[in-house]
Write a protein that binds this ligand. Structure first.
Ligand code: FES
Ligand SMILES: [Fe+2]
Length: 421
């Protein structure tokens, strides 16, 4: 449970808010690279309550500038891409990717009004199939070299989906090992389409034993399942500063998924999903088809509150799915987080011992917000290009011996310098 003040502190992300400052201290994905190809159209985009336009100029350079023209406020996303920038349709003012005003054709020649205009503009980078922006102050850190961003292109794929809740509810669903046994339960014998593995045979049908550990990048999350085959099965997932998670994949112990929850505003967010396959190119066609089936052109899930998430109680009775909501996990997660209310009232929740990860990550987040407020550096940033990725990062799913636990497994794996998998 949080106090009202803590709940506001941790969910308000607009400009000038403490949590907004934390989230702005790191690069955030704002679109997929596929949405902004060379020659692509400017795209209006709202990020952390700021209305912006993502565009490529006529040289293909990426820019992210304020959506409303500083002259008299017309929407620049309708503008013309020409002459080294984006030109407003109303009176022709022209802005480059750095927010410089290059032209004001309606103003008298020789007047230097242009030089006094500086429009909002943020640095943009493309990495790992996503377009990233830095909305913070000072010199940006680096985008960490997670494998889901640096693997060869055939081995990775990025999507985004819009969800109608606070970003924190999205994050909290992704770090919560206890819910998968219930919300996402499938009858024994149903195989994962991705890996072909019988997931319930690996993870069992009882809630796992859960633990956490503080790390340089955030929080490591352990879940030990008792598999029906009698063996202990460990999943090591992570909370990554400031709004990311990595989720290991059962039955495919060399791959994991990255997820980043980026506030659109305080009542909605984008869930960025980064698929990664270490050893072989992934079946992108299958993943795209699955997405087409489950995500509508408005970027929201097909299953949504307006259609009661297409819940089918016959499906529940037949035990085809536990939720009656098909087998697409992200849609089930969307149901769980959107129906908590746009901003969950955490003054009224009743946390149990299976919520230990939720408590630990909130503590970490509140600590980071406090650190920044005290003038300390944001935690979990990479600034040395030779570092690339966090030395203590590991994301894994594996059978372990009876005398082994999560921390000892990770210590052994990191000491052997096994690739984070
Ligand atoms: S409002 Fe954009 S140029 Fe006038
Ligand atoms: Fe989930």
């Amino acid at each position: 449970m949080l106090s009202k003040e803590q709940n506001e502190l941790i969910t308000e992300t607009g400009p000038g808010t403490p949590c907004g400052r934390l989230l702005r201290s790191y690069w955030q994905p704002v679109a997929t690279a596929e949405e902004m190809p060379p020659g692509g159209d400017p795209m209006p985009i709202r990020i952390m309550s700021e209305d912006l336009v993502l565009f490529r100029d006529d040289q293909g350079r990426l820019g992210l500038i304020g959506q409303h023209c500083p002259h008299r406020g017309t929407d620049l996303s309708y503008g013309r891409v020409e002459d080294g920038g984006l030109r407003c349709l109303y009176h022709g003012w022209l802005f480059d990717i750095e927010g410089n005003c290059l032209d004001q054709p309606a103003e008298p020649e020789g007047r230097k009004f242009c030089d006094r205009i500086h429009h909002t503009a943020y640095p943009v980078e493309e990495k790992g199939g996503a377009i990233w922006a830095y909305l913070g102050e000072g010199t940006p850190p680096l985008i960490p070299d997670f494998q889901f961003l640096t693997a060869p292109e055939p081995n990775r794929l990025a999507f985004r989906v819009k969800q109608l809740s606070s970003w924190l509810q999205g994050l909290e669903s992704s770090i919560d090992p206890a819910h998968t046994t219930f919300l996402h339960r499938r009858p024994p014998g149903i195989r994962s389409k991705r890996s072909g593995t019988d997931v319930s045979a690996v993870r069992g049908t009882h809630p796992p034993a859960i633990g956490t550990e503080d790390t340089s990048f955030g929080t490591r999350i352990y879940a030990i399942h008792n598999s029906p085959n009698g063996r202990k099965y460990l999943r090591v997932n992570n909370y990554v500063y400031p709004s990311g998670t990595t989720a290991s994949q059962s039955g495919d112990d060399v791959s994991y998924q990255g997820r980043i929850y980026v506030p659109i505003d305080d009542l909605s967010h984008y869930r960025f999903e980064f698929f990664y396959s270490r050893d072989k190119p992934m079946d992108k066609e299958r993943l795209r088809k699955n997405r087409e089936k489950n995500v509508a052109p408005d970027l929201r899930h097909v299953r949504r509150a307006e259609n009661r998430y297409l819940q089918n109680r016959e499906e529940m009775k037949r035990d085809d799915s536990w939720s009656g909501m098909g087998t697409h996990f992200p849609s089930q997660d969307a149901f769980a987080i959107e129906t908590q209310g746009a901003i969950q009232d955490r003054t009224k929740e009743m946390l149990g011992s299976s919520d230990v990860v939720i408590t630990a990550v909130r503590r970490t987040l509140l600590g980071a917000i406090k650190d920044i407020g005290d003038g300390k550096a944001a935690p979990g940033q990479i600034r040395d290009p030779s570092q690339g990725i966090f030395a203590d990062f590991i994301c894994a799913a594996d059978y372990i011996e009876d005398d082994e636990d999560g921390p000892s497994y990770c210590r052994r794996a990191l000491a052997q310098k096994q690739p984070a998998a």
